[in-house]
Ligand binder design. Structure first.
Ligand code: SAM
Length: 257
């Protein structure tokens, strides 16, 4: 999979050299490139922002550097990937569609994502129109109903959620199957050794005996029950959605803005 990230803070993406994502890059499963948006400016101050037309607080990202950056990154990707490779262009945006596990799954199956980090009050709206008119597929993805300072943290989260689903990135693929949100439920509680643990306050805490029984059928049934119980308690909205999915529930999987 190829990922191009556009940002005015390339150093923010340094953690993508670590852990499973770093290893995926070294193993050739992920070709991740970070581009500095300021490299696509032409003034002495490398300006990427200006005051909002119509007035108001804050600054807005100018369209010209974005258009140039996309032209360059998309042309390079097309040339290097060859064939009819086309990216999905993702803008993290609090006003976008919720980014969910289904989105991560769908995007993990794509060969190429371009992730564009907004800053300030956001990006001039005409950039989205320009990309759509140029025939690029564009998705706006929100991490949640809160506002971050910039898209970099969102890109880190999106990259981690997407790339870990690319075959070969997580060593044991089975560990992806029963996770929270993989089937619309939260994961069951987890335990490891010692089966009997005396906590620092002196309380003796036993792991559930069923997990030591060796009876895989019973363990699976126990886990399914706990999973459902936990979901009902913590996220009744997920259970309701699972039982009666509404049309508006589908996360954005990148089919148009
Ligand atoms: N003025 C914008 C609004 O009210 O919708 C918020 C802009 S925010 C300060 C700057 C950038 O942070 C956004 O362009 C986006 O890239 C990123 N961002 C902020 N909150 C986000 C969220 N919940 N999900 C994804 N990206 C977010």
């Amino acid at each position: 999979m190829r990922l191009d990230v556009l940002t005015i803070f390339p150093d923010y993406l340094a953690p993508l050299d670590l852990s499973l994502i770093g290893r995926a890059r070294r193993d050739g499963l992920l070709d991740l490139r970070v581009h500095d948006l300021r490299d696509f400016t032409h003034d002495r101050h490398r300006t990427v922002d200006d005051t909002p037309l119509g007035g108001g607080a804050g600054m807005v990202m100018k369209p010209e550097p974005w258009a140039e950056a996309f032209a360059s990154v998309v042309a390079a990707g097309r040339a290097e990937l060859g064939g009819d490779a086309e990216p999905l262009v993702v803008f993290p945006n609090p006003a976008g569609a919720p980014f969910a596990q289904a989105t991560a799954q769908a995007w993990s199956e794509r060969p190429w994502l371009v992730l564009a980090c907004g800053r300030y009050e956001g990006i001039d709206e005409r950039v989205y129109e320009h990309l759509a008119d140029a025939g690029l597929e564009v998705a706006l993805a929100s991490l949640g109903d809160y506002v971050l300072n910039g898209g970099e943290v969102a890109v880190l989260a999106i990259t981690e959620a997407v790339v870990r689903l690319v075959p070969g990135v997580v060593g044991n693929a089975a560990s992806l199957v029963e996770e929270s949100h993989s089937d619309g439920l939260l994961e069951y509680p987890l335990y490891t050794r010692p089966a009997t643990w005396t906590d620092p306050a002196g309380a003796v805490r036993e792991a559930p005996a069923i997990l030591l029984s060796g009876d895989h059928g019973k363990i699976a049934a126990w886990r399914a029950e706990r999973s459902r119980e936990r979901t009902a308690e913590r996220r009744p909205d997920l259970l309701a959605r699972r039982e009666a999915p509404a049309a508006g529930d589908a996360p954005d999987t990148g089919h148009g803005r």
